[in-house]
Design a protein around this ligand. Structure first.
Ligand code: TNX
Length: 580
């Protein structure tokens, strides 16, 4: 190990007093630096032994884990994060350093990856490093677009991947292998140990997501960014934003300014609502992109459009503006499918949203248009699929769009509660792919138990085991695993009003869905999952994240962790006017 002087703490950061005696970083000479380094190591050795995190204690479960108890690594105070000379890889290295600095108090400078590799190294592509016997994954390219390899030896932690996304997934794994105190926002005296061995890992499904309904209740940019952090932590790579519904239109559209200004001005229960400006939306998209999360915008059509009709009554079948809607019923509103102005509106809106969205998907909703006759509905969807194709995006819709003819690449999002749907199966035979969000497994707005203070129960109660114990590859008749693009956990927000409530419904079920999307089927094991998941309670608590302390999980402590106090479940509010 070359002599390196401990680096001074960053301005404003607590000094590294817990890791050893004060050292003058400007003191010259390798001898002084060596001594300082040894002293810092000795001080760390006097701290508590490593937390008992094992190499396999990762959610979602990795594809292959080969522990080597003789190879544990301890992060030294003077470690650097070394990274391949690629801007996107370097950005992942910056994110790793930013994740580790608050709790460790270490400076963790990011530098070019120059041999000999010690400390933390992120290596993009190239050939994998020396491979332990029997551990070779073949070329790094075999890890695919999102896989990674993690090698932990006494001197170094190395993450290798063919892409920056793979590196970031490796970073999330490394984070979970450090003691839970790594989540602390302020410095903690701890021995930052990582269990030795090799992990080789890649996802089962390409699409792993969550949906946030920002229409029923509006959530500001900061809340959405925090949800993106939760997704990235569990290697989910899509955030579906349900941007429009009866209760609110949440994205500014230049050509139709009243959508946000008028249509965005309320929410369930009658609060002020809100809408994202183009700059807000861009901020969400770019924050997500940095975390290798793709935003999927949904403009729900032709139903769920009361907010749009309050703003532009000429789109309503009777041409009359309905009053703003603050209740929780569904299925009463729709754009007039027989009026050409509807299609001009749809083309403008989808065109603008597509132009703001770097990802490949555009979600057109399509659910619960109960008032539109089936043939008119099918024609509307077919035409709208064409409008999406003209924007260059690939269309996604709730599985109700299945009867409208095939469109290249189209994706149906299954939210039913049964195991068979001939119409969806037929669409799949014609080439559609499916995202699985079964209402009775993946709907995170369902209550955990009868006494859950918020949420619905129309699709049943969903405790953590129920959220975990199904197989996306065999769930739906006529939809073979090859047709399954992936899984998504929707959070509808009729009864969810704050970030704490979002987190309470997401955690701990989101990691269950994440494991279904990422991990090979042969790793599926409830006993193992609940034990691994239990270790995340202290992490969330340390990070200040709210979660439901589900009784079926053996949390290591009994410290209360859920919502501040029970509140009565909101009753569906009465519509502000008679429904048509
Ligand atoms: C059904 S799922 C809906 C939503 C509701 C949700 C409540 C789907 C495509 N539509 O409009 O918010 O149930 O669970």
């Amino acid at each position: 190990m070359p002599p390196t002087a401990p680096r001074p703490a960053e301005p404003g950061r607590r000094p590294l007093d817990q890791t050893g005696p004060a050292v003058d970083p400007t003191a010259p000479g390798p001898a002084a630096a060596d001594l300082a380094h040894a002293a810092a190591r000795a001080a760390v050795d006097r701290l508590a032994p490593p937390a008992p995190v094992r190499l396999g204690d990762v959610v979602p479960a990795p594809e292959r884990v080969e522990p080597d108890p003789a190879a544990d690594f301890t992060l030294p105070a003077d470690a650097a994060v070394r990274v391949s000379p690629d801007p996107a890889a370097r950005d992942v290295a910056e994110q790793l350093a930013a994740l580790l600095r608050p709790a460790t108090g270490y400076p963790l400078p990011v530098t070019d990856a120059t041999p000999p590799a010690e400390g933390l190294t992120l290596q993009l592509s190239g050939t994998p490093g020396p491979v332990a016997a029997g551990a070779g994954p073949g070329p790094v390219a075999a890890l695919g677009a999102e896989g990674y390899r993690l090698d932990v030896t006494p001197d170094a932690v190395r993450i290798t991947a063919a892409t920056p996304a793979g590196l970031l997934h490796g970073v999330q794994t490394l984070r979970q292998l450090l003691p839970p105190a790594i989540e602390s926002p302020t410095p903690v005296a701890a021995r930052w140990a990582v269990p030795g061995g090799v992990i080789v890992d890649r996802p089962r499904f390409a699409y792993r997501g969550a949906m946030l309904d920002v229409a029923r209740h509006f959530f500001g940019v900061a809340d959405v960014l925090r949800v993106i952090d939760h997704l990235a932590r569990y290697k989910l790579n899509h955030l579906h934003l349900h941007l429009t519904d009866d209760q609110g239109w949440r994205i500014a559209v230049d050509g139709w300014p009243r959508l946000a200004a008028v249509g965005g001005a309320t929410q369930v229960g009658g609060g002020p609502g809100g809408a994202y400006t183009r700059a807000d939306y861009r901020r969400i998209v770019s924050y997500a992109a940095r975390r290798h999360v793709t935003v999927v915008p949904e403009i729900d059509l032709p139903g769920h459009t009361n907010a749009a009709l309050t703003a532009y009554p000429q789109l309503a079948p009777d041409g009359i503006a309905p009053p703003p809607y603050t209740g929780t019923e569904v299925g009463f509103s729709y754009l007039d499918p027989g009026d050409e102005r509807t299609y001009a509106f749809v083309a403008d809106v989808l065109g603008e949203v597509a132009a703001l969205t770097p990802g490949p998907w555009l979600h057109i909703g399509g659910d619960e248009a109960f008032k539109v006759p089936a043939d008119a509905y099918a024609r509307f969807v077919a035409r709208t699929q064409g409008i999406v194709a003209a924007t260059g995006k690939t269309v996604v819709g709730w599985h109700q769009i299945a009867p409208a003819g095939h469109a290249d690449g189209r994706v149906l999002q299954w939210w039913g509660t049964g195991g068979d749907d001939p119409v969806t199966a037929e669409a799949v035979r014609r080439g559609a792919r499916v995202i699985l969000s079964p209402g009775n497994r993946a709907y995170l707005d369902m209550k955990y138990a009868p006494d859950t203070p918020i949420g619905h129960d129309w699709a049943g109660l969903i405790d953590v085991e129920r959220a975990y114990d199904w197989d996306p590859g065999t769930h739906l008749g006529g939809v073979p695993a090859e047709a399954v693009l992936g899984v998504e956990a929707p959070l509808w927000t009729e009864s969810v009003t704050s970030l704490a409530e979002i987190e309470f419904m997401l955690l701990p079920r989101l990691p269950a869905l994440a494991e279904l999307g990422w991990s090979p089927r042969r790793t599926h094991d409830w006993a193992s999952f609940r034990r691994r998941l239990a270790g995340h309670g202290p992490r969330w608590r340390t990070a200040g994240i709210t979660f439901h302390p589900a009784p079926e999980i053996p949390w290591p402590t009994t410290v209360p962790t859920g919502l501040p106090g029970p509140r009565p479940a909101p009753q569906p509010t009465a519509p502000t006017a008679d429904l048509p």
